[in-house]
Design a protein around this ligand. Structure first.
Ligand code: ZN
Length: 166
């Protein structure tokens, strides 16, 4: 990561900084529940990079509240860059809610969002996620999405033994 985000004001700081240049907060502050609230709030941040970063961090933290906020964004947002980040983040949650939200993203008009949604579903790899890939992704107008959707078995990279199966 090139920059470090302030957990309080979401200003960008140098990767080596320990305190925020803008507000002086401790940049290595432990992740508490109000940190998640601030990240959810930052999904509305005026700076597009910050919105996307907040989505990524919520995906990495993996809290239930974060998941709910990401799912809501997936359905309501029209911000392509944010939706790309949301799709990627949702791939960290092996839940029905995440799969439903990704199924929605797999039907959007933006190719880059659909590609990330397909990749995220593959990463989730549950029966339900694979069904969505089969039924929606495999019929996508883009060959790229169709290819991702048909490579269902490779959830892990080591799966060489599966390669000869079909
Ligand atoms: Zn700050």
């Amino acid at each position: 990561m090139v920059t470090k985000f302030c957990p309080r004001c979401f200003a960008m700081n140098k990767p080596t900084a320990e305190r925020c240049e803008k507000c002086g907060a401790d940049l290595d502050e432990p992740i508490g529940s109000d940190y998640i609230d601030r990240l959810i709030h930052a999904l509305e941040h005026p700076e597009p990079n910050t919105r996307a970063m907040a989505a990524q961090l919520l995906g990495r933290i993996g809290s239930e509240r974060g998941l709910n906020a990401l799912c809501k964004k997936a359905i309501t947002s029209r911000d392509m860059a944010l939706l790309e980040a949301v799709a990627e983040a949702l791939g960290n949650f092996r839940t029905q809610e995440a799969v439903w939200a990704l199924a929605h993203l797999l039907r959007t008009s933006w190719l880059s969002v659909r590609v990330r949604a397909a990749e995220a579903l593959r990463r989730i790899g549950t029966e339900q996620a694979l069904t969505v890939l089969r039924e929606v992704g495999a019929n996508d107008q883009s060959p790229l999405v169709r290819r991702i959707a048909s490579e269902q078995k490779t959830t892990a990279r080591k799966g060489d033994s599966d390669a000869n199966e079909r």
